[in-house]
Design a protein around this ligand. Structure first.
Ligand code: NAD
Length: 492
């Protein structure tokens, strides 16, 4: 089938086709992609049909022997060029993702695109250090190898398509795996540009494939195929359950980075204004951020002062068009998601919650919801227990450290957290909070060397640094005895 005409997004030409075996592959069926800012139709993108899934798996399998045999040093020049090609397309990525996913242009330019490059180049460099780790014992030398695992399926959500796709593809490719990326159907366009960058960098055909499509069909076909070696998924809990069941049937390991309902604890000895300014950051990306601290837990003696300070910061937030570099809060991805957010707030208010600010759609546009804070919420209520994934926070107060910890740990989620207070005090509290990570007097500091992931319903496994390679590789112990081995049935 011939390739389709590109989609034009503010002057950026984007292929709507899959990218399989180094070439574009069109589909007889397509799905619509809309701009969250105003709901405008951006274009139609290829639907991944069974034959496209088959072609991608076959291509990735064909490419695997040569790519894995290159070794980390042999792969590094390709991946460095891939990172350079991402950098060369910085403007296109920024324009596309702010139109397609509603991510702030300023955040794309200063945060996401530099990070996407680093996701590729850092892991290419880091993979060099994984060669032949040795464990010496009296009896033997254990040469611990990290061998490429095979074909990896990468599935990402719409709230950060470029960042999250490269966060998984970077280490998987550096490890020597070949990859199939299934982009999110509500924001699939930057992943298509990523395929252009890989192609321009000269990645051999089949090493990185992009199959567009809907999760429940295209995604489901990919993750249930017994020929794949790994699934790396970021998304919601219900989808993770479906994927884990499908992959589990084939004993294919999954890394699952899921939702959150993270606590944001403000102790009595906290810098109140610093905490309040950081609290307002929870509305970034219109609250569509897995690691946001959405449950404000504030010591009762400072709660009134904290609320006043945070209200001041929230009132100054600039809600608007994400393509305007001054905007701080943009749109919600999809009308269905706006309905979902509004429904959560309505039900919370019906159950007795008090709206401190927001609590309604925002006049800027149909897909905007006002930054919202709800107080008088019960710990066992829906609004405290379930992830909204929108600009809606809750406020609870506590009277003691023990109560703060109990509230923090009182949901089924365990992704992240924030704790503001005198440093030693905040660390002592953080040590008792059951999450995958927690920030002390700060928010969002990440490093590629550090582990990332959640516990409880927030996920299974860790990615980042060595943890990514533990997942994307087959770890093998090659045992070389130090003395001649004498065969004996009584040998231990
Ligand atoms: P989602 O689970 O609906 O979709 C995520 C991806 O899974 C999409 O690409 C979708 O097409 C695909 N998918 C859906 N059904 C599938 C199936 N049966 N088989 C294979 N693939 C399938 O999630 P979403 O609404 O796109 O994203 C929001 C969620 O992601 C939130 O819960 C958020 O907290 C979470 N998230 C987590 C992190 C993290 O790092 N922990 C980061 C960002 C977002």
């Amino acid at each position: 089938m011939t390739t389709s005409s590109p989609i034009d997004v503010a002057g950026v030409a984007i292929s709507p086709d899959h990218f399989v075996d180094g070439t574009r592959l069109a589909s007889p069926e397509t799905f619509e992609v809309h701009r969250p800012i105003d709901g405008a139709l951006l274009g139609r993108v290829a639907m991944g049909l069974p034959e496209h899934v088959e072609a991608a798996i076959a291509a990735a399998r064909r490419a695997f022997p040569a790519w894995s045999a290159l070794g980390a040093a042999g792969r590094k020049p390709y991946l460095d060029r891939f990172a350079e090609e991402i950098a060369r397309r910085a403007d296109a990525f920024c324009t596309t993702e702010s139109n397609d996913a509603g991510v702030l242009l300023s955040r794309m330019r200063h945060g996401v695109v530099p990070r996407a490059m680093l996701n590729v180049s850092w892991f290419a460099e880091h993979a060099l250090r994984l060669q032949d780790r040795r464990i010496e014992t009296e009896q033997a030398t254990h040469r611990v190898r990290h061998d490429p695992a095979g074909v990896v399926v990468v599935i990402t959500p719409w709230n950060a398509p470029l960042m999250l796709s490269t966060w998984k593809l970077g280490p998987a490719l550096a490890a020597g795996d070949t990859c199939i990326l299934k982009p999110p159907e509500w924001a699939p366009l930057t992943c298509s540009l990523l395929a252009d960058a890989a192609h321009a960098a000269g990645l051999p055909p089949g090493v990185l494939n992009v199959v567009q499509g809907i999760g429940s069909t295209t995604g489901a076909a990919l993750v249930s195929d017994p020929r794949i070696a790994r699934v790396s998924f970021t998304g919601s809990v219900p989808t993770a359950r479906t994927i884990a069941r499908a992959a589990g049937g084939n004993l294919v390991p999954c890394s699952l980075e899921l939702g959150g309902k993270s606590p944001f604890i403000v102790l009595e000895d906290a810098d109140i204004d610093g905490a309040a300014a950081t609290g307002a950051l929870m509305y970034r990306n219109a609250g569509q951020v897995c690691l946001a601290g959405t449950r404000l837990l504030v010591h009762e003696r400072i709660a009134a002062r904290f609320v006043d300070a945070m209200r001041g910061h929230v009132e100054r937030l600039r809600v608007g068009d994400p393509r305007d570099e001054a905007t701080e809060v943009g749109p919600i991805i999809h009308p269905r998601q706006v309905e979902r957010v509004a429904g959560f707030v309505e039900r919370a208010v019906d159950a007795g919650a008090r709206v401190l600010w927001g609590g309604a759609r925002h006049p800027f546009g149909a897909q905007y919801y006002a930054p919202t804070m709800l107080a008088d919420v019960a710990q066992d209520s829906e609004i405290v227990q379930n992830e909204v994934f929108g600009p809606v926070l809750t406020l609870q107060t506590f009277a003691s450290d023990d109560e703060a910890v109990a509230l923090a740990n009182g949901t089924d989620y365990g992704l992240g957290g924030v704790c503001y207070g005198e440093t030693a005090h905040a660390i002592a509290i953080a040590d008792r909070v059951r999450t995958g990570f927690i920030w002390i007097n700060s928010f969002g500091i990440r490093d590629l060397a550090a582990p990332f992931g959640g516990i409880k319903r927030s996920g299974v496994g860790r990615e980042g640094g060595d943890w990514s390679f533990e997942f994307f590789c087959d770890v093998k112990d090659v045992v070389v005895p130090k003395k001649p081995f004498k065969a004996s049935f009584s040998h231990r």
